[in-house]
Structure formats: structure tokens, C-alpha cells
Design a protein. Structure first.
Length: 291
């Protein structure tokens, strides 16, 4: 097993689980089963189900190898309907996944914790963890949510936060290092920044044209370093000492195979610091892509 590949987590949000055919004309279930088998062989240890639909969770449950070789993460629903609803929905999701429990449950929106029912939801998740339904509870946060502050206040077991070659804010300001110092596991997400590094200049949305010069420079530096954007993005995230895991999405077996191959490649010799963007339009949960 390659050391950096073992830090990969597979995000299921992009799986072809909406009833459309899978890659190479196969059913979604066959595609997902082959992807999970590939991930297990490569040493991927985390499976993040994302905010999957009930139909998607059922297909994923049918495709999961048994015993499941992954530490499975599920997302808690919004807490505005109360803690009982949150628990019922979590248990229903586990039933569709054909799992008696999961490794981690994650609050999808940090803002939920500050809603009128937020503390009751958080307490209920702690009770479910203590009862053995989960091993850990976590929070998914954006940079603007102050992840280090959330970690100090709620003391979750896991924080999921965005960090990437282009968005290094939580690394340079020490937030993720501070979270690690609290003994909290850090999972990086959004490491491709919604595919921004892969977009050609003429396809950049108008809202972020101000970042085009920096993006072009980053691509040029990557090419001069005899690397490519996929290897560079993965190499940066996987090599960060703050990261216990790096969650990466893939829609097909071919995409996942490319991710694993890139993660197992030698680290590119690049000046990471020279590639960060400072354009808030491009970094702050861009409005030009789906959430």
C-alpha cells in the first residue's frame, strides 16, 4: 500500500447513483461495486457517503463489500426539525446502507449548530456515539465558519474543512494545525476547488476572471515542474502534515483509477506557496458552481 494513497478517502457524492447508466454502459450498481473494489485494493480506508439520496444509499448498500473494508462516514440531516428527526433520518440512512452503525457522523452545516435546535442535535449525536452507533462525530465547515473556533467550542472528533493547492487559507493562518493540536482528526475536502484548476482560461466564469492570471501562472508552474494539475492538487493535499485524510470524489471507475494513480506518483517538485489564490470570489464557496 502506498503511504499517501492510504490517506485518501473516497467521497460518494459523485457516484453515478441516480438511476442513469454507469461508466462503459453498465448499471450504477455495477459501476459502484467495481469502484469500491478498486478503492479497497488500493488501500483507501474512508468512504464518505456525502448527502446521498435514499435511492443512492440503497445502491451503495448493495454494492458495499462485506465485511465493509472502509470506515464509513454519513452526514446528519439538517437539524431544524429537531433531534428526534435527525436520529430517525440517520437510522434510516444506515438501514439503506445495510449497516448496523458507521465510523463517523458529520454535521453538514456548521450553521446548524447555532440554530435553536442546534445544541439538542449535537447532544443527541453525542448520545448516539456513546451508545455505539458511531465511533465519532464531526463537523463539516467552510473557511468562513472559523473551523478552529468550532473545534474549540464543540470538541468534535473530526473536522472536515476545505484546503487545496489554490485555497491555502486554513493552512497559512494555522487553523488546521490548531485543530490537530486539540487531538481532533482533520479531513481535507474540496481539494480541487470545484475543478477550477482544470478549467481552461476561456471557460472561467465571469465572476472569477480576476483570478485568471494567478490560475494561468499556477498551471504554467505545474507544467514546468513536469507534473499535471491532478498530480499537483493531490500531492499538495496528501503531503500536508495537518491532514489525516483527504476526501476525493470520483464519478466513474476510470476517474477513481486516475486519482489513485496520481496519488501513488512521486510528489512533484513544486513551490506550493507560489500557487495559492487570494481572490475571495474564487475561494469563498463560489456561486458559479453547484453547492
Amino acid at each position: 500500500m502506498h503511504a499517501l494513497v492510504s490517506k485518501l478517502g473516497l467521497g460518494a457524492a459523485q457516484f453515478g447513483l441516480d438511476g442513469s447508466p454507469g461508466g462503459r454502459g453498465r448499471s450504477p450498481q455495477a459501476e459502484v461495486r467495481e469502484m469500491l473494489a478498486l478503492a479497497a485494493r488500493a488501500g483507501v480506508r474512508i468512504l464518505d457517503t456525502g448527502a446521498a439520496s435514499g435511492h443512492a444509499e440503497s445502491i451503495l448498500g448493495l454494492a458495499l463489500p462485506r465485511p465493509a473494508p472502509f470506515r464509513v462516514t454519513v452526514k446528519a440531516p439538517r437539524g431544524d426539525r429537531g433531534a428526534d428527526h435527525v436520529e430517525a433520518q440517520i437510522r434510516a440512512a444506515l438501514a439503506r446502507l445495510d449497516l448496523e452503525g458507521a465510523d463517523t457522523v458529520v454535521v453538514q452545516s456548521a450553521g446548524d449548530l447555532f440554530s435553536p435546535s442546534g445544541l439538542a442535535m449535537w447532544d443527541r449525536l453525542g448520545e448516539l456515539r456513546d451508545s455505539g452507533l458511531f465511533r465519532r462525530i464531526g463537523i463539516s465547515a467552510y473557511a468562513s465558519d472559523d473551523p478552529a473556533g468550532l473545534a474549540r467550542r464543540f470538541r468534535p472528533d473530526v473536522i472536515q474543512a476545505p484546503a487545496s493547492l489554490l485555497d491555502q487559507r486554513l493552512l497559512t493562518d494555522g487553523s488546521l494545525a490548531a485543530i490537530k493540536d486539540l487531538g481532533i482528526e482533520v479531513h481535507l475536502r474540496s481539494i480541487f476547488l470545484n475543478g477550477l484548476l482544470f478549467l481552461p482560461p476561456d471557460r472561467l466564469p465571469s465572476e472569477i476572471r480576476g483570478a485568471s492570471a494567478r490560475l494561468s501562472r499556477a498551471r504554467r508552474l505545474i507544467a514546468e515542474g513536469r507534473s499535471d494539475p491532478l498530480q499537483a492538487a493531490l500531492g499538495f493535499a496528501l503531503s500536508r502534515p495537518e491532514a489525516d485524510a483527504v476526501i476525493v470524489g470520483a464519478a466513474t471507475h476510470a476517474e477513481l483509477a486516475a486519482v489513485i494513480a496520481a496519488a501513488a506518483s512521486p510528489l512533484p517538485d513544486l513551490d506550493w506557496d507560489d500557487m495559492a489564490l487570494d481572490d475571495p470570489q474564487a475561494l469563498d464557496r463560489p456561486r458559479w458552481v453547484a453547492a
